[in-house]
Design a protein around this ligand. Structure first.
Ligand code: VGL
Ligand code: ZN
Length: 198
């Protein structure tokens, strides 16, 4: 049994001063670095969007950030432009230890579909490849941390549980956006999915 640390989206745009800053997002960086020491595997995810990504409110006339719209795959929250590929905002937080990462997985790079989860895009069928990687390495147990607890950590953990992994979310090393009760909803959904909260 190998256990992997999955670090979700610890990027400048989700930290103080970023385009979609998660309150206190940067506070978790040192604790995450400490967890990397002795981890069986370390995977980082990176939200990585083209400049005209369909999840950006700027691409929808008359829509403000945090409004919702209907996409072919369901309801989509519209975000401020964030994590545009190659930008400083899309880079990992400067203090995050990137060298120990075995794998960096990028997601959200297709214009017409958002991807919160590290495993599947928001249509819940297009795979990112992470499940194949973990399976080949015989990784069965996942410890998840990062940003944001109510979006990308939440959907990654639910997908992982559905795929049969033994999943723990360490909530003190996560921070949430919390739009419209999204944090409470996420915690309920995680418990229902059988994800352990530590
Ligand atoms: C995220 C909203 C949009 C996240 C990414 O990392 O939680 N949230 N893109
Ligand atoms: Zn995004």
């Amino acid at each position: 049994m190998t256990k992997a640390l999955i670090v979700i989206d610890v990027q400048n745009d989700f930290c103080a001063g970023g385009a979609l800053a998660v309150p206190d997002g940067e506070e978790i960086v040192q604790g995450i670095n400490a967890l990397m020491v002795g981890a069986g595997a370390v995977v980082l995810t990176q939200d990585w969007h083209p400049g005209d990504h369909s999840s950006f409110a700027s691409q929808h006339e008359g829509k403000a950030p945090f409004a919702t719209t209907h996409m072919p795959y369901g309801t989509q929250v519209l975000w401020p432009d964030h994590c545009v590929w190659g930008s400083q905002g899309a880079a990992f937080h400067a203090d995050l230890h990137v060298d120990p990462a075995d794998l960096i997985i990028r997601k959200g790079f297709r214009r017409d579909i958002d991807s919160y989860s590290a495993f599947f895009e928001n249509d819940q069928t297009t795979p990112t490849g992470l499940h194949g990687y973990l399976t080949e390495r015989d990784i069965t147990d996942l410890l998840m941390v990062g940003l944001a607890l109510d979006f990308c950590v939440n959907f990654s953990a639910q997908d992982a549980a559905r795929l049969g992994y033994n999943v723990t979310v360490q909530t003190d090393l996560c921070r949430a956006i919390d739009v419209d009760g999204s944090l409470d909803a996420a915690l309920d959904a995680l418990r229902t999915a059988g994800v352990k909260l530590a």
